[in-house]
Each structure stands twice: as C-alpha cells, then as structure tokens.
Design a binder for this molecule. Sequence first.
Ligand code: C5P
Length: 222
Amino acid sequence: IDNMSIAIDGPAGAGKSTVARLLAEKLGLLYIDTGAMYRTLTLSVLREQLDLSDEDRITKLAGALNIKLSNQPLDNKVFLNGEDVTEAIRQPEVSRNVALIARMPAVRQIMVNIQQSLAEKGKVVMEGRDIGNKVLPGATYKFFLTASPEERAKRRYRELIEKGYEVSLNDLVRDITERDNTDRTRLTDPLIPAPDAIIIDSTNMSLVEVTNNIIKLIAAGN
Ligand code: C5P
C-alpha cells in the first residue's frame, strides 16, 4: 500500500517506540512520536512554573508552542523553539507530570490537530495512546502493545539507568502504574484499544520479534 499508515498504542514501557522505529525503518515510513509532543509541552509548563491546574494558561502555551519533530526513525530528535530537548523531555520529572497535562481536553484538541496534519499524506507510523481511536481512526493497521507492569517498569529502569539517572525499580512501578491509570481513566480519549486493533502482549517477547510479527501480518495483507 502506497500511503499506508500504522497506529501503535499502548501503556508506558510496552515497547511502542522501539517497535515503531523499527517499522518505520523497515517499511520506509515517517515515525511520529506523539508522546514527545505532550512531553515537550510538559517540559515547557514546568520551566515556566505554571500551576498544573491552570488549564487556560497551559492551553495557551500549547497553542503557542513551537515543537518540531525530526521524523526519521534513526534520528528522532525533538526541538522546542529550536532547542534540542530530546533528552530533557525524558526526565523523570516530566514523566511524572505529563499525564496530568495530557488529560486536558483543550490541550488534546490542539495536539490531535497537529498530529492529523502531520499524517495527512500517509506513509506514517504514529505511536501514542489515542492514535487508533482518535487521531487516525482510518489507519491501515492498528496495533495495541501491552506487557505486564513489572516488565514495563524493568524496561524503563534499564533505559534510565543507561542514561545515568538514579531511579529505583519500585518507584518506577509506582509511577508507571499511576500514569497508566490517569491515561486510562481520563474522560477525553482515554487509553483503550481501538475495536479493530490487533493486541500484542510483549511480556515474553523481544521487541524485534514483535516487529517481525507485525511485518509478517502486513505482508500477509491481514
Ligand atoms: O509515549 P510517552 O510515554 O512518551 O507518552 C507520555 C504521556 O503523554 C502519556 O503517558 C500520556 O499521558 C500522554 N500521551 C497521550 N496521548 C498520546 C501520546 C501520549 O495522552 N497520543
């Protein structure tokens, strides 16, 4: 399919980014990380020390934000007003607050509009929480990746330790569970598998295996 679009949703640490990047690389698609957009807004809110309950000001900030994603699978940097914030948006402080901002309906509307325009021409693999249900309901393929909370926390733990952060596994299990709860129970576009999504549990699978399975499904025209 020439203008194929792939939606990848799922909770934190389920392997969405790794799988989406591998797919983008192998299938020649643009990779769009929508979580990076909510994270960049959150970083900005924290830097400006806005009150996290001040939905009006946060929405204004969202509307004025100049976020740029480089959409190449091997070079997915994120820029905020020209500054490279690729690393800064992964800070635990941002992870702990992002779901509180992402649940604001007016903020989501702004982000969804941008995401839909980025995907207008197709040829994308987009990862997030509401891609299959809201952003790209007509996506050619929809996948919902999951894994046990312990396995997801372990994956995040390894990533963060590798980057030099001092974190504890217990804290991560708690943070991830809390963030998923907020994402699953929010009123606007909660984290729920699309009715037509293929659900893949990667608890006992490597992310390369997951990617290869998806490629097989696509090649078989399923
Ligand atoms: O994917 P990532 O973990 O970077 O996403 C960070 C947060 O951004 C999620 O926990 C969620 O609160 C929010 N998000 C969202 N909708 C998306 C992508 C991310 O609400 N499509």
